[in-house]
Structures are given as C-alpha cells and as structure tokens.
Design a protein around this ligand. Structure first.
Ligand SMILES: [Zn+2]
Length: 116
C-alpha cells in the first residue's frame, strides 16, 4: 500500500441504508450512509419496469407537459379568433371596389339630375 495517500479515518463497518429499507456494510470514511437506490431495488437488478422517482421529477415533468398543452390550446384558440377577425375585416381591394361603385352611383345621379 502506498504511504500518505489513503484516508486515516477509514472504517471497515460503514452501514449503508437505502430508501427501500435494504442495508449492507461496506468500507468508507463515514460511519453511516443514506442512499436513494441500491442493487436490491434498482430496476436493472430487479428486472421490473417501474419509475424510480425520489425527487418528484416525473410529477414535475407531467405538470410541465400539462402547462404546455394548456398554452398550446390557448395559442390555437387565439389564432382561430384572429383568423375569424381577418375574415370579417374588408380587404383593400373590396374597399376600393366599394368606393368606385359609390362614385359611379353619384356620377349617374348627377347625370340624371342634369338631364331633368
Ligand atoms: Zn434499495
């Protein structure tokens, strides 16, 4: 063993406790350790398919997805409303045609007044 590189407080009876309740003894510089997952409960070793969600990440993600869906629905309804307003608004061409027909009607009225 190389001198001067190993911790002086090394203990051979460090107790590791998992959140699933499984405990085992190993070597370490601490007397006890707390871990979130171990070989007794990790899906890779157990072979079962399940979420390991200690910090609420799945819930957080699902909440985020719900917010995104709500925002997308709001944006879709907004664009529909805008499209509807666009249909209601007159186009520039329509305004010009209306003005021309008004002028034409006025001219015809002037002509009929002048004839009489
Ligand atoms: Zn475990």
């Amino acid at each position: 063993m190389k001198q001067g590189i190993h911790p002086s407080n090394w203990q051979h009876d460090c107790v590791v406790t998992c959140s699933c309740g499984h405990t085992f003894v190993t070597g370490g510089v601490k007397k006890a350790m707390q871990v979130d997952i171990c070989s007794a409960c990790h899906p890779f070793f157990t072979g079962e398919m399940r979420f390991v969600d200690r910090q609420g990440r799945v819930d957080k993600f699902q909440k985020k997805m719900q917010l995104a869906a709500a925002a997308a629905a709001a944006a879709a309804s907004k664009t529909k409303k805008a499209a509807k307003e666009k249909v209601d608004a007159k186009s520039y061409k329509q305004i010009l045609v209306d003005q021309q027909s008004e002028l034409k009607a006025k001219k015809e009225a002037d002509v009929t007044v002048a004839e009489n």
